[in-house]
Design a protein around this ligand. Structure first.
Ligand code: NAD
Length: 335
């Protein structure tokens, strides 16, 4: 079966890491077809808007997108394109794996293998009720959590555990203080967990989770949590295993899914050809899992690990002297 993927090359280092990623995917002969679509600054220049309708239509049709980072111009009137995409397609699950890799600057070159499943549509990030009083003295925000939203994200985490053979889901919350919002999330998580007796479930307060992650990250398997906590925890986890150059993320909904690198468009190194392509490549690996090609996804991840082990053409952020494309070629040669 052939799959058509919407490819968004994005801004800054985006086109460079996408070229490297597609080079490796092409070497895998998976029969993938690509449909190019614009978003971000490049779309603003070409079409007069950051997120053209043609791009939304392409993602709607193909249901899968591989996306490079996008630059959201700073200033009034520009809302984040990534947030717009999440809202438009109701991409409720932000799935961010963090796995130890060899030869990185990580404190944990082995032992960490966890996935953060972050609720992507509710909580503190909807902007609802956001206002500052006229005298500038008081700011407010409504933090809304629903049973439906909590139910589907926790179910996603447990289903992911079953599908990937993982054994444990940790529900991260702050229900001791945020009794209504985090309390509803925790109560719902308990209801869902009871339906998965084959998967171990434990509960952990978010501040303790941060300490435990830094002290003993190997105790975690899958973490499921609300939007704000998930945003912070998943970056903490990326830091544990070697930083942003190795951190991929998937945004998954019922009707569409977008795979990406967690990092931004890195304007400071754009055009130099030295960006690390691994985060987007690992995002492509998540995409292959999602498309029902887990063996191909594993083949790609093994080639990345083997290249890191051999220190073959690593990019400068990993202490190497390679460049974006030579690193990709080194990975492709180990497939
Ligand atoms: P950034 O992630 O772009 O860069 C932070 C630092 O990490 C920089 O020093 C950069 O050179 C380095 N870096 C990032 N990716 C790298 C890679 N693949 N290889 C080597 N080094 C890498 O964060 P920022 O500078 O805060 O943001 C720049 C722009 O990116 C902003 O416009 C922001 O809105 C956007 N952004 C987009 C996304 C997205 O599209 N998913 C995510 C975050 C930020």
């Amino acid at each position: 079966m052939t799959h058509t993927i919407t490819v968004i090359r994005g801004d800054g280092i985006g086109p460079e890491i996408m070229a490297a990623t597609l080079h490796v995917l092409d070497k895998m002969n998976l029969g993938l077809q690509y449909e190019e679509a614009d978003a971000g600054l490049v779309a603003l220049e070409k079409h007069g808007e950051l997120l053209p309708k043609a791009t939304l239509d392409s993602i709607s049709k193909n249901k899968i997108a591989l996306k490079s980072p996008l630059t959201t111009p700073v200033g009034e009137g520009f809302s984040s394109i990534n947030v717009q995409l999440r809202r438009h397609f109701d991409l409720y699950a932000n799935v961010r794996p963090a796995k130890s890799f060899p030869n990185t600057k990580s404190r944990f070159p082995s032992g960490v293998d966890l996935i953060t499943v972050r609720e992507n549509t509710e909580g503190a990030y909807t902007g609802e009720g956001q206002q500052v009083s006229e005298d500038g003295e008081t700011a407010t925000l409504i933090q809304k959590i629903t049973h439906k939203g909590s139910e589907r994200i926790v179910r996603y985490a447990f289903d992911l555990a079953r599908k990937t053979g993982r054994k444990k889901v940790t529900v991260v919350h702050k229900a001791n203080i945020l009794k209504s919002t985090s309390g509803l999330f925790l109560k719902t998580a308990r209801e869902v967990a009871a339906q998965y007796p084959d998967i171990e479930c434990n509960e952990m307060i978010v501040d303790n989770t941060c300490m435990q992650l830094v002290m003993k990250p190997e105790q975690f398997d899958i973490i499921v949590t609300t939007n704000l906590f998930g945003d912070i925890i998943s970056d903490l986890c990326a830091g544990l295993v070697g930083g942003l150059g190795l951190a991929p993320g998937a945004n998954i909904g019922t009707d569409a899914a977008i795979f990406e690198a967690v990092h931004g468009s890195a304007p400071d190194i754009a055009g130099k050809g030295i960006a690390n392509p691994c985060a987007l490549l690992l995002g492509a690996g998540q995409m292959l899992d999602h498309l029902g090609m887990p063996q191909e996804a594993e083949r790609l991840r093994k080639a990345i690990v083997a290249t890191l082990e051999a220190r073959d053409n690593l990019t400068p952020d990993l202490g190497g002297t390679g460049n974006t494309m030579s690193f990709a070629e080194a990975i492709a040669s180990r497939l």
